[in-house]
Design a protein around this ligand. Structure first.
Ligand SMILES: Nc1ncnc2c1ncn2[C@@H]1O[C@H](COP(=O)(O)OP(=O)(O)OP(=O)(O)O)[C@@H](O)[C@H]1O
Length: 201
């Protein structure tokens, strides 16, 4: 993970025929983190998807070194399976062992819930499950869309601790968040400054 890097140069985003933002630059090296801010619809999720390689940038370049884990509002877990088994599906794809998965569950205080079907988990517990999936993946670049949504104070602290460990290990994190996150020393991008057009609605 020591060589992780992500660099955005002059990135612009066009969605649904509307230019959302342009001129976004960001340079994150191993251990670097940044928060994306801005009002609803400004394009924070879109920028995260561009960073993940799921959406093409209209202009500019995105360079990444290291694997990517993206967490957003999509749970992408089998609702009928017990949590550990549902996460195990992704763990096998990511080539990580059971011990790594259990450490990720523990980091999000989910071990006691590991045998419950995913559908029985609360909103905050599901959010913690998504974060556990990112932790277990071993990906160097974490892209977190509203990672604090639905989390109580204790869970927010777990999130902060997990991100700190990830950065200390040479990872990178970019998060979109409406709420302050318990993270130190991060860069901040306010997408309003880069907004290309006023919202028509
Ligand atoms: N698949 C799509 N096709 C066309 N337009 C889209 C698509 N997905 C999102 N948009 C539009 O792109 C704009 C930015 O959406 P995005 O989800 O990136 O904003 P956001 O800043 O993350 O908002 P929020 O704070 O509400 O999560 C919105 O106007 C939205 O309607």
């Amino acid at each position: 993970m020591k060589e992780a890097a992500m660099r955005l140069s002059d990135v612009a985003c066009l969605r649904g025929g509307r230019m959302l933002f342009r001129g976004v630059d960001l340079d994150l090296k191993a251990g670097g983190s940044a928060l994306l801010a801005g009002p609803n619809g400004v394009g924070k999720s879109s920028l995260l998807r561009i960073c993940a390689g799921l959406l093409p940038a209209f202009a500019g370049t995105v360079e990444r070194r290291g694997g990517v884990a993206l967490t957003d509002e999509r749970l992408a877990l089998d609702m009928e399976r017990p949590l550990r088994k549902a996460l195990g599906f992704w763990a096998r794809l990511d080539g990580v062992d059971d011990g790594t998965l259990d450490r990720a569950l523990d980091a999000m205080a989910l071990l006691a819930l590991a045998d419950l079907p995913v559908r029985m988990l609360s909103t905050g517990q599901r959010k913690r499950a998504m974060l556990a999936r990112a932790i277990a993946s071993g990906a160097a670049i974490w892209l977190l869309d509203e990672p604090g949504n639905g989390l109580d104070n204790a869970s927010l602290k777990l999130l902060g601790a997990a991100v700190s460990r990830h950065l200390a290990a040479g990872g990178i994190m970019l998060a979109a968040s409406h709420q302050p996150l318990p993270l130190a020393d991060h860069a901040r991008i306010d997408l309003r400054i880069h907004a290309a057009e006023a919202e028509s609605a």
